[in-house]
Design a protein around this ligand. Structure first.
Ligand code: UT7
Length: 336
């Protein structure tokens, strides 16, 4: 640790409930190869993805979010009335107005504070940071949900993006706990190159109209190579920062849960950090890139595999459109 960096402790907060919802329909790489010029071999070798879940017609982000939230509440033995605030991280809201979180709250039967965060694939990490602060300073239990239906905003005929994304939701309930440590976090953003990963039209800069429809410029596009390089560099940098702030070494990390976009990105981050490969948890093979939902889905996947134990140091890292990025540490003392 450098002489100028004071050690920062995490907040006295823990994850007391964890739940997910994945849509029923599974689409394999071979399924995609039947409808576009791609192959299982290309998708697996470039991304590690084998399959993804796809929302049913009429199934929206709030449906997945509410189901994941309900599962997280049940997991921790909470009543809806226990929750002081509901944060939904999403980049695929049901509507431009209102936010998705109030819809989720209504589905749960809550009138607690409810608001969205859009930090793209980093949204869940941003939401955790905010919610940990709220919980630690007296708000009580906060529900943080990452939920997406990315397949709704990709051009189903554009093989460069359509094969990458999936739908799903994951949620955690954060509660105060003097014996727990949640953080520190390092978050950052650089909005100077938004077109690296964006929907060019359909917002207020260029509203949706017949020309946009004709062009298909409301669909998600990205410069994959640039995103890849930035993702590796930023996730590794933010991870180093939080480890340094906490006074920990990479060998202290029991499990790394990075944003699940591409297994090659996760491997490259782990390699840059000097993290043992077996500590790098991978679920992108089964979920695809679910943006803000990917970290809670991966966390639940790791728990299901028996990879989370009380006292474990878990390193989270994310990168997404914006650009946005971040990392955070938590000492797992949670729903098991
Ligand atoms: O959530 C955060 C944001 N997203 C990411 O983190 C994703 C970051 N980027 C990536 O993961 C990778 O850049 C990709 C997986 C998107 C692409 O991998 P790549 O190794 O960078 O491939 P490429 O873009 O250089 O494409 C190589 C070739 C091209 O053909 P030519 O021009 O070399 O003939 C593409 O047209 O692969 C072609 N290609 C495909 N072929 C079969 C692109 N998509 C496909 C496809 N199937 N689905």
């Amino acid at each position: 640790m450098s002489a100028t960096t004071p050690t920062r402790a995490g907040a006295a907060v823990r994850v007391a409930g964890l739940g997910v919802r994945l849509p029923d329909r599974v689409v394999t790489n071979d399924d995609l190869a039947k409808v576009m010029d791609t192959s299982d071999e290309w998708i697996r070798s470039r991304t590690g993805i084998r399959q993804r879940h796809v929302a049913a017609p009429g199934e929206a982000t709030s449906d997945l979010a509410a189901a994941a939230a309900r599962a997280a509440l049940d997991d921790g033995g909470f009543e809806v009335a226990d929750v002081a605030a509901i944060v939904v991280a999403t980049t695929t809201p049901d509507h431009t107005v209102p936010g998705t979180a109030p819809l989720v709250a209504a589905r749960l039967g809550s009138q607690a504070a409810a608001f969205d965060i859009n930090a793209a694939c980093s949204g869940f990490l941003y939401g955790l940071r905010l919610a940990a602060g709220m919980t630690a300073t007296g708000d009580g239990a906060v529900l943080v949900i990452g939920a997406e239906t990315l397949t709704r905003i990709v051009d189903p005929g554009d093989r460069s993006v359509a094969v990458l994304f999936g739908d799903g939701a994951g949620a955690v309930v954060l509660v105060p706990d003097d014996a727990a440590s949640f953080g520190p976090f390092s978050l950052g953003a650089d909005g100077t190159q938004p077109s690296m990963l964006w929907t060019a039209a359909g917002g207020t800069r260029r509203p949706f109209d017949a020309v946009v429809l004709e062009e298909g410029s409301h669909y998600l596009t990205m410069r994959g190579g640039d995103v890849y390089r930035n993702a590796v560099a930023r996730m590794a940098q933010a991870s180093r920062e939080v480890l340094e702030q906490a006074g920990l070494k990479v060998s202290d990390v029991d499990l790394f849960i990075g944003h699940q976009a591409n297994v090659r990105i996760l491997d490259a981050v782990a390699s840059r950090l000097g993290l043992a490969p077996e500590r790098n948890h991978v679920s992108v093979d089964r979920h695809g890139n679910t943006s803000a939902a990917s970290i809670p889905l991966a966390l639940a996947d790791a728990r299901d595999q028996g990879r989370l134990h009380d006292g474990d140091t878990v390193l989270l890292a994310a990168f997404g459109a914006g650009l946005t990025w971040g990392a955070g540490l938590l000492s797992w003392k949670g729903a098991s």
